[in-house]
Design a protein around this ligand. Structure first.
Ligand code: PHE
Length: 362
């Protein structure tokens, strides 16, 4: 049936002519082949398949006498099939081409390393200090702090380090300009003892972690800036037994279940004073060739003692009523020992690749 807006015009019945049909098929073939993408192919299909001469010829069949219809129908059908086939073939080609292009354009190389933003890591000195502080906080001790730029009086005098004490010489302590201004970079955390005793009344149980400064050159075992953790207890009836018990607790938290021993020593601010060693956690005293302890079976930890009466007095605490003990240990050294860090510079430089090995705890 003819379309209502496209009435059959007997003048154009020539579309059914075999030569015309062949030409129409050839034109469609050429148009499809010329289409470089699916967009262009669609336009060519509209012109040559949906509305072209072959379609026109099909409509003309209806006007033919019945005897001519069969033959003309065959011819038009073959022409249509040829155009349709040409279209389908070209479409398949162009689809394949487009898909191949998409694969190239949208290619993702999963082997390229991603632009990763590495996570930071907390510094092992911080982590260690926090863990040790926690051990004492868990026993009810409080955290105390003091300034890193400290008065000479707090750093020395109040701790019974007289003006002629060797530790006051320039080679140990950083003096803040002007040299007679009475300020130093604190050389230990012991001035926090003084600050604490001046501001609190016994019973006092404090743990004071912090940065300290000494005029050492940076090398495998020294650093001019390092950290100490200081413990101070002042109460009625405290004895060296309490001191040893507290030190043992500290050592176990840091190094595990090892024994400690003490040796007589001297600090102006403690009397009696002692040096604490702990049993080598590598050989436990059983290996004369042990590289950790040099075969002695003991590793030196740091100083401690009963708070000197003079220091208690300087802080307004009656030494006949109260006694106290204190100890102060270096964190970097403990870390070097426990984790086998052979070069102090690794601890100081703060490379995240070093810090990361101690875990990413926050
Ligand atoms: N302040 C001492 C030091 O830096 C250690 C210490 C602390 C000794 C407390 C006795 C008591 O070496």
């Amino acid at each position: 049936m003819s379309a209502p807006n496209n009435p059959y015009d007997p003048v154009r019945v020539a579309a059914l002519d075999p030569a015309t049909l062949d030409a129409a098929v050839a034109a469609a073939d050429a148009a499809f082949a010329a289409a470089q993408d699916l967009e262009a192919l669609k336009a060519a299909r509209l012109a040559h398949l949906d509305r072209g001469q072959v379609a026109q010829a099909r409509r003309e069949i209806g006007a033919l006498p019945p005897a001519a219809k069969a033959e003309a129908g065959k011819r038009v059908g073959a022409a249509l099939a040829a155009v349709q086939a040409a279209y389908s073939a070209r479409e398949a080609e162009l689809v394949a081409h487009r898909d191949a292009q998409i694969l190239v354009q949208e290619r993702v190389d999963v082997s390229v390393p991603a632009a990763r933003r590495p996570l930071g890591a907390r510094h092992p000195v911080e982590l260690t200090m926090e863990r040790l502080v926690d051990v004492f906080v868990a026993m009810g001790w409080e955290v105390a702090e003091g300034p890193e730029v400290e008065s000479e009086w707090m750093n020395f005098d109040a701790l019974n380090l007289g003006v002629d004490h060797p530790a006051r010489q320039m080679q140990d302590t950083f003096f803040v300009d002007p040299p007679d201004g009475g300020l130093v970079l604190r050389a230990h955390t012991s001035p926090v003892q003084i600050r604490t005793m001046l501001t609190r009344t016994p019973p006092i149980y404090v743990v004071a972690p912090g940065k300290v400064f000494r005029t050492d050159d940076l090398d495998a075992t020294h650093t001019p800036v390092f950290h100490q953790i200081e413990c101070l207890a002042v109460d009625k009836g405290l004895t060296m037994a309490h001191l040893r018990g507290s030190i043992d607790h500290f050592v176990r938290a840091m190094f595990g279940d090892v024994r400690t021993r003490v040796r007589a020593s001297y600090f102006p601010f403690t009397e009696p004073s002692m040096e604490t060693d702990f049993q080598c956690f590598v050989c436990r005293g059983g290996d004369e060739a042990c590289r950790m302890c040099g075969g002695s079976g003991w590793i030196e930890l740091g100083g401690s003692g009963m708070v000197n009466r003079k220091v208690l007095q300087a802080c307004g605490i009656d030494p006949d009523v109260y006694t106290g003990f204190a100890f102060g240990f270096g964190i970097e050294r403990a870390l070097q020992l426990r984790n086998g860090v052979s070069d102090m510079r690794d601890i100081v430089e703060g490379d995240v690749r070093f810090s990361g090995q101690f875990g990413m705890a926050v």
